[in-house]
Ligand binder design. Structure first.
Ligand SMILES: [Zn+2]
Ligand SMILES: [Zn+2]
Length: 189
């Protein structure tokens, strides 16, 4: 009975370790992640193009602007979250160069949840989105939003990807625990 309990405990620990390693792998390398906050982008993302032709992924309009801490120049093509109209934003050498249409707004979600922040193409779309937004949500013009995002202090919001070693450690630990589970019989006899 005692042996079986030990084995059960070790096997379930191993299973948890493997699952965590697997999930971390999936979450880090398979699902595109926001380059800024690290959030998974299963629910959609914004495409950001840097001058070297590389596409980058950000989870929300705010993270898009925060990318300025990583790339000094980039081009954003996104759509109004209300009417679907195309919105393009160009940043050059850390400066907001162009917003099309210039009436675009960023809506900062009052919930503090990134994925709930939105972009609107016009005053009307902004008002419509604000009605659906969580309480405390705040509209900012793209210019204001960009200025806020580019404050040096926001650099600390940048996410650092979990690297291979953690996944390897979890896997190795899982294998060891599994081995201990099989070996448990010998020791407890
Ligand atoms: Zn993000
Ligand atoms: Zn719109």
């Amino acid at each position: 009975m005692k042996l079986q309990l030990w084995r059960m405990l070790l096997f379930s620990t191993a299973a948890v370790l493997f699952l965590t390693a697997g999930f971390t792998y999936y979450d880090t390398y398979v699902v595109p992640r926001c380059e800024v906050c690290g959030m998974s982008t299963i629910y959609g993302w914004r495409d950001v193009l840097t001058p070297d032709g590389v596409h980058h992924v950000s989870c929300c309009p705010l993270c898009t602007f925060l990318l300025v801490h990583k790339y000094s120049s980039f081009h954003v093509e996104t759509v109004c979250d209300y009417c679907g109209r195309e919105i393009t934003i160009d940043v050059e050498n850390g400066v907001l160069k162009k917003v099309d249409p210039p009436t675009a707004y960023l809506i900062l979600a009052g919930s503090g949840q990134r994925k709930q922040s939105k972009i609107a193409c016009s005053e009307e779309c902004k008002d419509k989105l604000l009605m659906e937004a969580p309480p405390g949500s705040k509209p900012l013009t793209v210019k204001e939003a960009f200025r806020m995002a580019s404050e040096p202090v926001r650099k600390y919001l940048l996410w650092h990807p979990i690297t291979w070693p953690l996944i390897m450690e979890l896997t190795v630990l899982g294998i060891l625990t599994l081995a201990a589970g099989f070996a448990a019989r010998k020791f407890l006899k």
